[in-house]
Ligand binder design. Structure first.
Ligand code: IPE
Ligand code: IPE
Ligand code: MG
Length: 224
């Protein structure tokens, strides 16, 4: 049975779900938050130590302003309402991505990270304004500046995922089979599961089914 230490998720399909059932993409984003809660709970039950959630990519700025504002309002309200509860549950929150949002949201994100910094049960990495190519270019630049030897170990120190083990498992919901600029370096050896369901309809049972399959995969890492 494979150990499972880190799950990464591309939470895709909110917009389509919202349009289909509520005639609004934003209603889909709201519904997607319920799935986030369910999956956090189930991740804890499965004793998984790291959960990385792709919430907003560097490319998502190309969406209509109204949708972008809705997404960040949703995030702000979620954190305001839930951060104490997450803290009580011994969950550490880390943002991966460039925090260049409104001063109010930047402050809330920093406070949430600071508050939960020492928590140990589960680390949630929220990929926000995250893009893998941007991350890699930055990492190479900083590594070059440091004059350290250019190798895998040293490069990893300059990634946004510094000190976080690589994901063992990547799940993308929403019936789309691509990586969309997510953790290109870190996913080098991840097991990848594409799920047809849209994110708001993905549930604990679907998640556990994937985990079970993952545990039985023969992971070679180049060996036989
Ligand atoms: C993913 O759902 C969530 C974000 C990118 C914020 P989408 O909004 O991409 O949903 P679809 O793919 O358009 O259905
Ligand atoms: C990827 O989903 C980003 C997030 C889930 C946050 P998108 O729906 O934005 O990806 P593309 O643009 O369709 O590849
Ligand atoms: Mg999408």
């Amino acid at each position: 049975m494979n150990p499972l230490n880190h799950v990464a998720i591309i939470m895709d399909g909110n917009g389509r779900w919202g349009l289909k059932y509520k005639k609004s993409r934003n209603a889909g984003h709201k519904a997607g938050l319920n799935t986030v809660e369910k999956i956090i709970k189930e991740t804890i039950k499965n004793k998984i130590k790291f959960l990385t959630l792709y919430a907003f990519s560097t490319e998502n700025w190309k969406r209509p302003k109204k949708e972008i504002n809705f997404l960040f309002d949703l995030l702000e309200n979620f954190l305001k309402e839930r951060i104490n509860e997450l803290h009580k549950q011994n969950i550490k929150l880390k943002i991966i991505g460039l925090k260049n949002f409104s001063p109010k949201l930047n402050k809330l994100l920093n406070l949430s990270e600071k508050k939960t910094l020492k928590n140990k049960r589960l680390q949630i990495n929220l990929a926000l304004n995250y893009g893998s190519k941007f991350e890699l270019i930055n990492a190479f630049k900083n590594l070059q500046k440091s004059k350290e030897k250019i190798n895998e170990k040293n490069l990893s120190k300059y990634l946004l995922t510094k000190n976080i083990p690589d994901p063992d498992l990547l799940i993308r919901t929403g019936n789309t089979r691509r990586l969309s600029n997510f953790l290109l370096w870190q996913l080098a050896y991840a097991e990848i599961f594409f799920e047809n369901k849209l994110w708001p309809e993905f549930n604990e049972k679907d998640y556990n089914k994937i985990i079970k399959k993952f545990k039985n995969i023969k992971r070679n890492f180049g060996k036989i």
